[in-house]
Design a protein around this ligand. Structure first.
Ligand code: C2E
Ligand code: CA
Ligand code: CA
Length: 237
């Protein structure tokens, strides 16, 4: 398994404020496979905890290596809902952060909205332990789950990532614009930052900025890149 990294940028400067680690499988015969080809199998296997701890460890090692080269950038890691049941997740993360002397605030954990709702109590419990450690928390794919808006206030997270499905037509569909506008106001009042996912066009970016969204991620800025290529981008910062 190797990690590719996709930048998250500030608008309108397009300065990189962090990267998201996205796993790929270097398959001996099939070549590089995206997570949709294998993540379900991993999640249903006994290795799901080990897998996520491995991804987190790789992210921490990468953070250390970047810090050694004068690059300070946060790395977001996706976790599975099953990982909330891993009794060693928080301790192992804490141990690795100390071992590699990486500030916890440089690691971010992303959990999808739907996953966070499976067992709200458990999510809150693990999130509060992670928060104590100092890592940042994000709710991923927001808007695709079945949670009520009242639910966001119960989650002590730093970022809300607005799902790509709302971004696709934001420049042309006033209904998407309305949904995003109300989400932005809500998040602002609750003091959470919002990140627009899957921004592909200038038109989408301009519309998002006009609505007050100033963090974005998507092919318009960069695809997920192998470590050498993303390091080049980060060195230019
Ligand atoms: P995600 O967390 O929502 O990640 C964003 C996905 O959208 C990535 O796909 C990314 O390549 C893609 N994307 C980014 N910008 C654009 C854009 O402008 N347009 C379009 N069409 N797509 C864009 P990817 O890398 O195939 O990952 C798919 C999903 O696999 C991720 O969705 C995440 O849920 C999961 N995943 C990835 N890495 C991990 C991991 O280490 N652990 C776990 N548990 N899940 C992972
Ligand atoms: Ca994600
Ligand atoms: Ca997402």
């Amino acid at each position: 398994f190797v990690l590719h990294y996709q930048p998250k940028v500030q608008l309108p400067t397009e300065n990189i404020i962090g990267v998201e680690a996205l796993v790929r499988w270097l398959h001996p015969k099939e070549g590089l496979l995206g997570p949709n080809m294998f993540i379900d199998i991993v999640e249903q296997s006994m290795f799901v905890h080990e897998f996520t701890r491995y991804v987190l460890l790789q992210a921490i090692i990468q953070c250390r290596s970047w810090l050694d080269n004068g690059i300070e950038v946060s790395i977001a890691v996706n976790i599975s809902p099953y990982n909330l049941m891993d009794p060693e997740l928080v301790d192992s993360l804490s141990t690795q952060l100390k071992f590699y002397d990486v500030p916890a605030a440089l690691i971010e954990i992303e959990l999808t909205e739907s996953a966070s709702m499976v067992n709200i109590k458990k999510t809150q419990e693990v999130f509060s332990q992670l928060k104590k450690l100092g890592v940042k928390l994000s709710i991923d794919d927001f808007g695709t789950g079945m949670s009520s808006l009242a639910y966001i206030k119960q989650l002590d997270v730093d970022y809300i990532k607005i799902d790509r499905s709302f971004i696709t037509d934001v420049a042309t569909d006033t209904r998407d614009e309305a949904v995003i506008t109300s989400l932005l106001v809500l998040c602002q009042k609750l003091k959470k930052s919002t990140i627009a996912e899957g921004v592909e066009t200038i038109e989408q970016a301009n519309k998002l900025m006009s609505l007050g969204c100033n963090l974005a991620q998507g092919y318009l800025y960069s695809k997920p890149l192998p470590v050498e290529e993303v390091t080049k981008l980060l060195s230019k910062k």
